[in-house]
Design a binder for this molecule. Structure first.
Ligand code: NAD
Ligand code: ZN
Ligand code: ZN
Length: 332
């Protein structure tokens, strides 16, 4: 089989021929049907943190169970599964407390062990989550991160409630789904980006209002609207600055984007106006089940298009330029 592998920071991913992996005890082998391309892949390639080399990339996968390892029960060959990327161990103190997304075992797909930009991927059986009828492989793949991460951030971490004003900054793979999740939770949604087509698309996705973040007068005017929650799905200096500028006293800022900010935090706003700054990472396997059910019920519809797995380098290039609408899922 072939796979796209990380071979070191500041180097392009390489296409390698590999043996098809065999599932060990408690593991399954999955034939990949779709794997979403996340902006975090770009951060990995830019050297945001150390990763093993070589390592197959791809942390948003879905596919068909091909082979069951020794002792695996509850899964059937031929069934479509979404891959719970954190590959939580179930035993560390975070897993035991229900915070599987913070598992310290370091086995996340494509971010520690071989991931889904390949024809086959091996994972623990507990990471293979059965996909309900009516959910396509591409939707199931992007559910595992592009939908799961905003669902966890807005609902579980930031506790977004009906009637609150939520500002979503960055309408990419994650942010566009954040708009839908915020609507589902009953919030009034203001969606912000720098690309007019994405603002248009966000309105179709259910945003009540949209805003170009380069329009400083419009950003300034937003302050008077007293947003309860500002969720940043970019995480660069201008977006973090905007978030802390517009959030209301006593409000929350959720930081999800990993765009490597440097620069001062406005301590007066946080300290004297009691603003909560909330980091948020990925989600739990239970939340992934909930997200898949919501997609099956038609209550969430992640925007996703497919392209051949061969196209990974070109897709990464487009993502870097902000030229991807919604999410692209690669199909082997
Ligand atoms: P993406 O490339 O699909 O989307 C980024 C969006 O930000 C684009 O629509 C772009 O036009 C917009 N943008 C860029 N500059 C902007 C600005 N100044 N103002 C407003 N919008 C701006 O990326 P993605 O895959 O959705 O990922 C978004 C971020 O979230 C990345 O940093 C990624 O690494 C991170 N991420 C975090 C987690 C987590 O668990 N915390 C999980 C997945 C991804
Ligand atoms: Zn991701
Ligand atoms: Zn763990």
């Amino acid at each position: 089989m072939y796979a796209w592998r990380y071979v070191g920071a500041h180097r392009p991913p390489e296409r390698h021929e590999l043996e098809i992996p065999r599932p060990g005890p408690g593991e399954v082998l999955v034939r990949v049907r779709a794997a979403g391309v996340c902006h975090s892949d770009l951060h990995v390639l830019e050297g945001i943190a150390p990763f093993p080399t070589p390592m197959t990339l791809g942390h948003e996968g879905a596919g068909v169970v091909e082979e069951l390892g020794e002792g695996v029960t509850g899964l059937e060959r031929g069934g479509l599964v979404a891959l719970y990327g954190p590959n939580a161990c179930g035993e560390c103190r975070f897993c035991r407390a229900g915070d599987e997304n913070l598992c310290t075992a370091g086995r996340a797909l494509g971010l520690g062990v071989d991931g889904a930009y390949a024809e086959y991927v091996r994972c623990p059986a507990r990471s293979a989550i059965p996909v309900p009828d009516g959910v396509s492989p591409a939707a199931a793949a992007v559910a595992t991160d592009a939908v799961l991460t905003p669902y966890h951030a807005l609902r579980s971490v930031a506790g977004l409630r009906a009637g609150e004003i939520a500002v979503i900054i960055g309408l990419g793979g994650l942010g566009m789904n954040a708009v839908s999740v915020a609507r589902l939770l009953g919030a009034y949604v203001i969606a912000a980006d720098i690309v007019p087509e994405k603002l248009e698309r966000a309105r179709e996705q259910g945003a009540d209002e949209t805003l170009d973040t380069r329009d400083t007068a419009a950003v300034e005017a937003l302050t008077a609207r007293l947003p309860d929650l500002v969720a940043d799905f970019v995480g660069i200096e201008p977006t973090v600055a905007m978030a802390q500028q517009i959030v209301r006293p006593g409000g929350r800022v959720a930081l999800v984007g990993l765009g490597a900010v440097s620069g001062p935090l406005l301590t007066f706003r946080y300290g004297a106006q009691q603003i909560a700054v909330l980091g948020s990472f990925w989600g739990t396997s239970q939340e992934l089940r909930e997200v898949l059910a919501l997609i099956a019920q038609g209550r969430l519809s992640p925007p996703v298009t497919t392209e051949p797995l061969e196209h990974l380098p070109a897709v990464l290039d487009r993502l870097k330029r902000g030229a991807v609408e919604g999410r692209i899922a690669l199909t082997p």
